[in-house]
Design a protein around this ligand. Structure first.
Ligand SMILES: [Zn+2]
Length: 359
């Protein structure tokens, strides 16, 4: 077995210990990421939705479940190292112990208690929530791998543990820097440095997501940043794909791609500009490919997934398992995942919404 080769002969016992450490560092760790921000913490960190429950309800099965990636270590062992999905109730799906109830309620009331448009203020909150989730997750990752390298060598001594620690240290540094900027924007309600590409769909998306990544290539496959140094500040591109209802324009879904203006570097700006070449009919297909490859926090409609051919399911699961990304060229995405019928797109330039033309 895949994992049997990676761990000691007594691997089931070892995996049990690693599973306990994952629970300790990822699942049980509680921290309000908005501590000291705008209002005081109430002290009760809750399981916060990174994708609102009201949105998950839209795509859930009749009994209130969605599919999420099954990254339990025993799940991976059962599937011989292959990625798979699990059914999760919408009360638990996409939740992280990342805010106290006071901050969770006050910060996201413009999304939770209002109809999603989404205007620039809602986009700012969506981006903030996605970035805080990533920051919370990266910090858990860092503590986990730090423990592994420091204390668990006999248990977990395969070559990439040190590499994983270095990667998580790098990601945490970047998300810490971005946290400062986005927190200031939310605190001052300043959307002048916010940039958003908002794409409306006629069809309801079968896949919802909320997360962020650092674009390394644009959609032509051109490298955006070649050499990382401590002087580099990478741009995080956050992506939310959400259902819409009753907006009066017959749109049933929206993709919100947002980033912060970063003069002189502009990796996200260049990434988005390369989308001009994509045709509207291809847009949902390219985005589905992108989020399965780059965004970890994805919730899938069971009826959407179950209706897909095995070849599509396997390709999407394979994308999610990619550790080292190759240049992503939109012309080479030949698999037809779905067409959510993109109708129009607009760009928030810091002052106004402009039309964003595609090919
Ligand atoms: Zn708090």
């Amino acid at each position: 077995m895949f994992f049997e080769q990676m761990f000691s002969p007594d691997y089931k016992k070892d995996l049990g210990q690693i599973d306990a450490l994952i629970k300790k560092y990822y699942l049980s760790r509680k921290k309000c990421e908005a501590q000291g921000f705008i209002s005081d913490c109430c002290g009760k960190v809750i399981s916060s939705h990174s994708i609102s429950k009201k949105f998950l309800r839209e795509i859930a099965s009749n009994d209130g479940h969605v599919y999420c990636f099954d990254d339990r270590i025993f799940g991976l062992v059962e599937r011989n190292g292959e990625m798979g999905l699990k059914r999760v109730g919408i009360s638990d799906a996409s939740t992280y112990n990342m805010f106290c109830s006071q901050h969770d309620n006050s910060l996201f009331s413009p999304i939770e208690d209002c109809e999603l448009i989404p205007d620039e203020n809602q986009c700012l909150r969506l981006m903030y929530r996605a970035l805080m989730m990533e920051k919370h997750h990266k910090e858990s990752q860092f503590y986990f791998w730090n423990y592994m390298v420091e204390n668990a060598k006999p248990l977990f001594d395969f070559p990439f543990s040190t590499l994983m620690l270095d990667c998580s240290r790098f990601s945490l540094r970047e998300t810490d820097l971005i946290k400062e900027k986005i927190s200031y924007a939310v605190k001052t309600n300043d959307v002048s440095n916010l940039r958003v590409l908002r794409i409306y769909y006629r069809e309801e998306p079968g896949v919802l997501c909320s997360g962020a990544f650092f674009p390394e290539y644009d959609y032509r496959g051109t490298s955006l940043w070649k050499k990382y140094s401590l002087k580099t500040t990478l741009d995080a591109l956050s992506i939310n794909i959400l259902p819409l209802s009753n907006d009066g324009q017959n749109y049933n879904g929206v993709a919100v791609l947002s980033w912060l203006d970063n003069p002189g570097q502009d990796y996200c700006q260049k990434f988005i500009e390369s989308m001009h070449e994509i045709t509207l009919p291809d847009l949902s297909n390219v985005l589905i490919h992108t989020i399965f490859e780059y965004i970890e926090n994805i919730c899938i409609s069971p009826s959407w997934w179950d209706s897909k051919e095995k070849s599509i399911q396997n390709t999407l699961l394979g994308l999610h398992a990619i550790q080292k990304h190759s240049p992503l060229k939109y012309k080479e995405i030949t698999m037809q995942y779905d067409n959510w019928n993109a109708a129009e797109a607009q760009l928030w330039n810091g002052k106004s919404w402009d039309s964003f033309p595609f090919s």
